[in-house]
Design a protein around this ligand. Structure first.
Ligand code: URA
Length: 230
């Protein structure tokens, strides 16, 4: 289902009318009332933060799409660039640089000049959710932007999902049965539409601190994904 058709069911919000494109939601998207209320609270508490739907970052015609969960309050929601300033970015960006999927020096700022090479980073949910936990309804609403984004990437070969929520969002986006492709760290799923879906545990502070995900494990996934470019 395209976002345009879904939007007919959600009248009353400006950011609904979209064709298949890479724009993503408006910064001030109003589709999810709880996330809008959280944004308003954050605008009062942190007026210097970005405080909006965080746009995707990277190539506009990538072969690889990396899908995270949602912006962190004091990371991507502050800086306006996915994973930038978040703990998770401290592992993601250096791993991309090491794999040759990015160039520059990551300095946790959108002005650091980092350039992604052949890849793009987006999120399953574009606005920061309270306690980093988007509700199922918010995931469903925001998925329409992922539908449009994937449809607008003609060279796309692979998607790297960071965590199970991202994995499920991608499968739902592509209309693929979740039971046929269970989430598994390190798995490469060959999807019916020809795309490869790679799974990794999310590079979150919790997963890194508990050593569920080590740097070596994450680098191994990224190297495997990089080999799909050939
Ligand atoms: N974690 C994510 O999943 N996405 C971000 O943009 C930041 C942190």
């Amino acid at each position: 289902m395209t976002f345009a058709s879904q939007s007919n069911r959600n009248k009353g919000s400006e950011c609904q009318i979209r064709s298949t494109n890479l724009k993503g939601p408006a910064k001030s998207c109003t589709l999810c009332p709880r996330l809008v209320a959280f944004r308003q609270r954050n605008e009062n508490l942190y007026p210097d933060f970005f405080n909006g739907a965080v746009p995707a970052f990277g190539s506009d015609n990538p072969w690889l799409l990396i899908v995270g969960l949602a912006p962190g309050l004091k990371g991507a929601n502050r800086t306006g660039r996915p994973f930038t300033g978040d703990y998770a970015g401290e592992l993601l960006y250096p791993t991309l640089l090491k794999a040759g999927l990015a160039k520059g020096t990551y300095k946790a700022s959108p002005d650091d000049g980092v350039e992604l090479l052949g890849c793009r980073i987006t999120n399953a949910v574009r606005c920061v959710p309270p306690e980093n936990k988007p509700t199922p309804a918010e995931q469903t609403i925001c998925r329409n932007f992922l539908v449009d984004e994937i449809a607008a990437l003609p060279k796309l070969k692979a998607i790297l999902s960071l965590g199970q929520i991202s994995h499920n969002a991608v499968l739902s986006t592509l209309g693929v049965r979740k039971a046929s492709f269970p989430f598994k760290h390190g798995a490469l799923h060959q999807l019916p539409n020809g795309l490869t879906l790679a799974d990794s545990y999310h590079c979150s502070r919790y997963n890194v601190n508990t050593r569920r995900l080590t740097t070596a494990m994450f680098e191994a996934v990224m190297a495997q994904v990089k080999s799909l470019a050939a």
